[in-house]
Design a protein around this ligand. Structure first.
Ligand code: 5GP
Ligand code: ZN
Length: 120
């Protein structure tokens, strides 16, 4: 727990969020500024600042984060249409909140900008 971390505050239920999933090590909630009709954030309860701070023992946790994201994609009816998982890492990776999180985006045709080398 980091006192000034907004996601830690959400995890501790000290800040409001629309929680859509939780278990003993993972929480998922709606992004406050959705970039798509479905925009969820999947976060570990443990405060891990960035993707680059993962350690060897976190492999199972990362697998579970992706698995929860896939389950949520099904629950939000995105599994047939498709969806995107994004992890921003660090300043130039566009990370704004320094508590590791996966963005699950879907519900519309997302721009293929990254794959085409645009928008990067
Ligand atoms: P990042 O750029 O760090 O990958 O993304 C952080 C995301 O967290 C942004 O999409 C932003 O809208 C979202 N966010 C920031 N503060 C809050 C908050 O207090 N509540 C919720 N639900 N989402 C937040
Ligand atoms: Zn945190």
């Amino acid at each position: 727990m980091t006192a000034d971390c907004i996601f830690c505050r959400i995890i501790k239920k000290e800040s409001e969020a629309e929680i859509v999933y939780e278990d003993e090590e993972i929480l998922a909630f709606k992004d406050i500024y959705p970039a798509a009709p479905v925009h969820l954030l999947i976060v570990p309860r443990r405060h891990i600042p960035t993707l680059a701070d993962l350690e060897a023992g976190d492999t199972m946790l990362m697998g579970r984060l992706i698995s929860v994201a896939n389950d949520l994609a099904r629950a939000f009816n995105l599994d047939q249409s498709g969806y995107r998982l994004v992890i921003n890492c660090g300043k130039e990776g566009g990370q704004l909140v320094y508590h590791l999180h996966l963005h699950l985006l879907g519900g519309k045709a997302l721009s293929p900008a990254i794959a085409e080398g645009r928008g990067v």
